[in-house]
Design a protein around this ligand. Structure first.
Ligand code: HEC
Ligand code: HEC
Length: 268
């Protein structure tokens, strides 16, 4: 009908109509191109921001490398050559076992990004590193009994924190800029990732409890009370600071509220 009207108003009518169509097509193509360019630009900025963090972490690592080499390498550096007595009967030898378990939990062979079995997030690993230093749970006791000079000193701690704290700050800023999912699901996942996955997800099963990354399965498990989410063992373990095991890594009140609200929203 419209076509007919335009066509009958002027001899060039149908042509004008085609011009308009062509214009609209060009316009939407341009918009698409612009959107693609913006996306490429965003990805490039994100990559560059992450590369800058990695570069900075690597170049400042030299300040703490001698400490870690002396006091942590035996069990956390994949390039470390185990002494001969450590290589005998590795399945029963505590020295070999410490290295195997140590490397699974935390590895700085490539300096940064840090490694671990199950590939936990860098923030989770850095915070575990920090807690192990400030609470002096590392190096393990059986080791410092034999090598008392390899205990961490206050000066070691100060230097390690000088490396870790700005790094944690920069990654948190990066996460807020490029990976911020402000939905309840997004916030809850982030907390579980930071606080639990290192020991209970992606192939790691401390206490025979694993696969936390499978959230639908977790929500159906015996650890979640669907009638009264606040009575869920999952929530109680966190609220009573039993999990994570080191109370220094306990969830903050704000984080507990997110987990409580999330469980509530999922069990209704
Ligand atoms: C004699 C071996 C040994 C030495 C030396 C050692 N560690 Fe460990 N480390 C371990 C073992 C074994 C584990 C795994 C513990 C576990 O799974 O419960 C571990 C776990 C860790 C973890 C993960 C913590 C956690 O809660 O899971 C961090 C971080 C860590 N070590 C840091 C260090 C640092 C930093 C040093 C040096 C100051 C160090 N370790 C020295 C054996 C060692
Ligand atoms: C550093 C490692 C580590 C972290 C981080 C950690 N756990 Fe655990 N978890 C363990 C160990 C070890 C056990 C088994 C021994 C025990 O129960 O104390 C365990 C056991 C459990 C169990 C089984 C308890 C049972 O009675 O069956 C649950 C559930 C659990 N953890 C939940 C969590 C939650 C939720 C988080 C995060 C808020 C978390 N854990 C963080 C090490 C960890």
């Amino acid at each position: 009908m419209v076509l007919f009207l335009i066509a009958s108003c002027s001899k060039r009518g149908p042509l004008i109509f085609i011009d308009h169509l062509e214009e609209a097509k060009q316009e939407s193509l341009k918009a698409l191109e612009k959107k693609r360019a913006e996306e490429a630009n965003y990805i490039q900025r994100k990559t560059e921001a992450w590369d800058a963090i990695v570069l900075d972490a690597k170049s400042t690592f030299q300040h703490i490398q001698p400490i870690l080499q002396k006091k942590c390498s035996s069990c956390h550096d994949g390039d470390f050559k185990m002494p001969l007595y450590g290589r005998i009967l590795p399945r029963y030898n505590p020295v070999a076992q410490h290295q195997i378990q140590g490397l699974e939990a935390f590895e700085f062979t490539k300096i940064f990004p840090l490694g671990a079995k199950g590939k936990p997030t860098q923030l989770a690993l850095l915070k575990a590193f920090k807690t192990s230093v400030t609470s002096r749970t590392m190096p393990i006791k059986s080791y410092t009994l034999i090598y008392p000079k390899r205990k961490l000193t206050d000066n070691d701690q100060e230097r390690i924190l000088e490396w870790i704290n700005p790094l944690i700050h920069n990654i948190e800023k990066f996460e807020a800029t490029y990976n911020s999912d402000q939905s309840l699901d997004g916030k809850a996942l982030k907390i579980l990732e930071q606080k639990c996955f290192r020991c209970h997800a992606n192939g790691i099963e401390k206490g025979k409890f694993g696969e936390m990354q499978d959230l639908p399965k977790l929500l159906k498990s015996k650890y979640v009370d669907r009638a009264d989410s606040e009575k869920s063992q999952l929530y109680i373990l966190m609220a009573t600071q039993k999990m994570p095991p080191n109370p220094k890594s306990a969830l903050s009140d704000d984080e507990l509220i997110v987990i409580r609200d999330w469980l509530e929203s999922k069990t209704k």
